[in-house]
Design a protein around this ligand. Structure first.
Ligand code: GN1
Ligand code: MG
Length: 345
């Protein structure tokens, strides 16, 4: 999404927030697929400080204020405990509000820019895997005493696997763009895995506050190893099952190849990385997980790999309406990658 031409200049938007001085430079950070993000530099005397200024994509989040209320709750709750050291905190506006709503409904928010941190799109060391998983477990642990009903469900049924399964069946039945024939074997394999779709959601597990996008790239690692990793991208924080966060982390971080790999031969679960992720997650999450949750840990990566395969395949059968894709068949390849990963688990 590029910025609306009629919206005010970045310096004017930034001036509404409590920043140390005027904006002297800004640049767009193009890595996100959903929101529009800028790094802005403010000057105060001889000191230059950077901040993140971001507008929320209202096509993905039609009620962006609910996203912001969730983020406010979560950052306030955990910030009170750890002074923002392990997580983002919102920079308030001069008006006292925590986010800026423009007349056209666009919402802007501002975060500190965490200098001297690095991000990874791929994990290759068990040590890093352990630290990443411990950070996500810690994120859940810090929120385990906040009432989940205090948060909005910003994307209803986000990890309700049977709902995605039903949508796949409907898409296959309708076959609106004639892509079923080439994907029939994939649909058949998914049908054979139906038992996995209800395994987590029907297990009576406690509803907790979860992150819902536990990719490795959503952690900032300070270059000083003594400092704790910082969990970012809080847009999908909402009530959910802890095991989906754990499963999504293992699925994405312990895969030997990227989600977009074109050679399925290269994809399998790396057991060493998976073990390090599990150990790291339990190092911070075992204090609040119930025995039932712990017993289902080994199934969680399978369920989420299947769920994501279903989502990609459904999008392929519908002609590509949700996930950004770079070529025809991209979502089919992504679905097959998840199914290959599932078979290796
Ligand atoms: C989407 O846009 P991104 O990469 O943050 C999706 C996740 C999937 C992921 C797969 C809101 O996340 O659920 O796991 O793609 N997010 C949403 O790459 O649908
Ligand atoms: Mg995300």
């Amino acid at each position: 999404m590029s910025r609306n031409r009629t919206s005010p200049p970045i310096s004017e938007i930034a001036a509404r927030f409590i920043l140390p001085g005027p904006v002297i430079a800004h640049e767009e950070i193009p890595t996100g697929l959903i929101n529009t993000t800028y790094a802005v530099t403010c000057r105060s005397g001889q000191t230059h400080t950077r901040f993140i200024l971001q507008s929320i994509n209202s096509a993905v989040f039609p009620e962006p204020w609910k996203v912001m209320e969730n983020i406010l709750h979560v950052t306030f709750h955990t910030g009170a405990k750890n002074h923002g050291a392990e997580q983002l905190c919102l920079i308030p506006l001069r008006s006292g509000m925590s986010w800026l709503t423009q007349p056209d409904g666009t919402i802007w928010r501002c975060y500190p820019y965490h200098e001297d941190t690095e991000t990874f799109v791929k994990i290759d060391s068990p040590d890093l895997a352990y630290r990443a998983a411990a950070a996500f477990g810690n994120f859940q642990a810090r929120l385990s005493d906040l009432d989940p009903t205090a948060l909005h469900e910003t994307i209803p049924y986000f990890h309700h696997t049977p709902t995605y399964f039903a949508k796949l069946l409907a898409a296959a039945e309708k076959n609106p763009v004639g892509r079923l024939e080439n994907a029939r074997a994939d649909v058949d394999f998914i049908l054979s895995q139906k038992h996995l779709t209800t395994l987590l959601v029907d297990a009576g597990l406690p509803i907790r506050i979860t992150h819902n996008d536990t990719k490795i790239s959503n952690i900032l690692f300070p270059t000083a190893p003594s400092l704790p990793p910082i969990v970012i991208d809080l847009d999908t924080v909402m009530p959910g099952l802890a095991l989906f966060d754990y499963g999504d982390l293992v699925r994405s971080a312990a895969s030997t190849a990227d989600e977009n790999e074109t050679d399925p031969e290269k994809i399998r679960l790396d057991p060493v990385l998976a073990a390090a992720l599990t150990e790291g997650y339990l190092s911070t999450a075992s204090v609040f997980l119930t025995p039932e949750e712990k017993a289902l840990l080994p199934s969680a990566p399978k369920v989420i790999a299947l769920e994501l395969a279903i989502r990609f395949l459904t999008d392929h059968l519908l002609g590509g309406v949700y996930f950004r894709s770079d070529y025809e068949g991209h979502n089919l390849a992504r679905a097959r990658n998840q199914l290959t990963l599932l078979r290796s688990m």
